[in-house]
Design a binder for this molecule. Structure first.
Ligand code: AMP
Ligand code: MG
Length: 342
């Protein structure tokens, strides 16, 4: 009898699979390693060959952005050149870099400096993004020196180009470039005629359209329990969801967690949150603001709201906070806390 039951179950599964093939076309899903993370492209309701070509072009575009903005490695780019430009001497930046720097500075201002694109020197010193991950904080004196010019207000725009006003004023787009790359990937997918897709770069994502006419369903992971979700988001249309977490790149030293999101006022890892998830209309803003919200902690939630975004924050004590519109669950985003069955 158990054998028969198993057989019947198998038959049913095969029948369901067949139904899935005939009624709804399969999603096309491809993963690539870009920007230090696994990027998964999911395209639905698109002919397979068209979807694959679109994904390849989108992945190439993300890789190009990585090369344009990274301050790591030996391959020259304008950002690295600027960081070595003598202080006080203007240098024109390529239009794309100029534009993302302007966006970064606007968010630096709006976040009261919690997001800063001028942390290149302390970021390189901590070394969280180096191939050899660090195991201890840098020497205090070296960090003090790196922090002297690490202030976004020391970046000046002149008719001759951009000026860094101190030897340790260095750009770092690590808090925003991934979001920008996701936005560009979505734009490239659209140019290829894709209408329904998710670009997911290690949990940071933007989605467009719907999933066979139903909302896409996104889990927000728990910052301490890898296999648990804080809750589910159901969304369709055009929405970006980006998380900054202290579990992404960190080491434990003297019983304490040291991670890659720095408080720009001290140069030390920010201590007010475990994770900050921001939902916005584009991934560039969601990325920069998730970093800012992580630094600000729960006190930053009103600012997120005032700027027309939504957020879920896990504070340093592990308490979950959310902007009011998420607690209720509103269209096109509904948030279901874990435990509640969506
Ligand atoms: P994210 O993972 O998006 O929160 O960005 C973290 C990365 O952005 C780090 O690896 C640094 O390169 C850079 N970063 C660290 N702290 C900040 C900050 N307060 N503002 C902007 N960028 C930061
Ligand atoms: Mg960010």
């Amino acid at each position: 009898l158990p054998f028969l039951r198993r057989l019947r179950r198998a038959g049913l599964a095969a029948a369901l699979l067949l139904a899935a093939c005939t009624s709804a076309p399969e999603d096309v899903r491809e993963s690539r390693f870009i920007m230090g993370t696994l990027v998964t492209f999911t395209v639905s309701d698109t002919p397979r060959q068209q979807a694959l070509a679109a994904i390849k072009a989108a992945a190439d575009e993300m890789q190009r952005i990585q090369n344009t903005f990274t301050i790591y490695g030996d391959t020259p780019n304008a950002v690295k050149a600027f960081n070595h430009q003598p202080p006080g001497r203007p240098m024109p930046l390529p239009a794309e870099v100029d534009a993302l720097l302007q966006t970064s500075l606007a968010i630096a201002r709006a976040s009261g400096g919690a997001f800063s694109p001028a942390l290149g020197a302390p970021d390189l010193l901590w070394g969280f993004s180096l191939p050899d991950a660090p195991h201890a904080p840098p020497p205090a004196r070296a960090l003090t020196r790196a922090m002297q010019g690490a202030d976004w207000r020391l970046l000046a725009h002149t008719p001759q180009g951009w000026v860094r006003q101190h030897a340790s004023t260095q750009l770092d787009f690590g808090g925003i470039a991934k979001g920008y790359a996701i936005d560009r990937a979505i734009a490239v997918l659209r140019q290829h005629g894709v209408r329904h897709a998710i670009v997911d770069a290690g949990g940071d994502m933007r989605l467009i359209g719907s999933h066979h006419g139903r909302p896409w369903r996104i889990g927000i992971r728990h910052p301490r329990r890898k296999t648990t979700v804080l809750g589910w988001l159901e969304a369709q249309g055009d929405i970006a969801i980006v998380t900054s977490g202290d579990y992404e790149r960190f080491f434990i030293w003297h019983g304490k967690r040291w991670h890659h999101i720095l408080d720009p006022s001290t140069g030390q890892p920010a201590r007010r949150a475990m994770s900050a998830t921001v939902i916005a209309s584009d991934a560039t803003r969601a990325d920069a603001w998730s970093t800012a919200l992580f630094v600000l902690g729960a006190e930053g939630l009103p600012l997120i709201r005032q700027n027309g975004m939504r957020a879920v924050l896990v504070d340093a004590a592990g308490r979950v906070h959310a902007t009011p519109d998420l607690q209720g669950g509103v269209s096109p985003v509904a948030f279901h806390p874990a435990g509640e069955n969506p």
